[in-house]
Design a binder for this molecule. Sequence first.
Ligand SMILES: [Zn+2]
Length: 283
Amino acid sequence: MSLSVHSQLGPPGYFARHRRQRLLAQMRRLPGLDDYSKRAIVFAPHQDDEVLGCGGTIIKKIEQGADVHIVFMTNGRRSHAGHMEIDALIEMRRSEAINAAAILGVAEDRVTILDLPDGKLGEHKESAVASVGAWLERIRPEEVFVPSRYDGPDDHLATYQFVVDALRKTHQSPRMVEYAVWFWHYWPWVNSDERIVKSTLRAFLNALMRPIRMRREFNACVDISACRDRKLAALAAHESQVKRLMPECDWPILSDISNGAWLAACTQDIEIFSVCESDCIPR
Ligand SMILES: [Zn+2]
């Protein structure tokens, strides 16, 4: 099954289009990863972030013989909590994650769900850091993938921070590869007018500064054009996130966000990263 992304990339208008083209040209000039065969753990806050942020790169790594594990920090229970029974939703997201991983080339025995509460990961620091540490000890990855340190929302920021804490505790310093998910939720990728009007000055400055800071941070760009279809197929396996499973109720899906512009930006033929070689764990 494949997911077609019909939505146009970003808001219309000359200025937005021009800015996107410039940014994309800059990103495409960045180097890729120098070695795709490194043993890796991908830490994902929610079931779908692994595909959105680095699905194409996972496929490339598997093709190069890398041993890739995926650790989901939360159980995904919040996405449609008002629409179905929670245990059934958690089970659905678990099986979708396994199906998506299989399409990326990652076997079920390399997929772990820590089962911490979706939306409240930050309140479970101790157990999250302990669990992440245990997986780091077990796999001894040469490379870890985490959401960008600037990539909200809270579960994403907590995932980044808890992995850093666990690396310090276990005295490991693999290559850190930060991936982007919500970076794409800013102008010029989406139309942010509505959010700017509603926001306070502080939120506005944040909205302005975060993408600028992130743009400065990204130092790698992986061309995934050869495996983009498989990335889309893996995303489609997260059915509850891309298909209105109960059309009679208001079942939200990813393409609702910014009229599909955000999803279109996340599923381009590139993936961008902030890569830091060993000894780069921030104090
Ligand atoms: Zn997420």
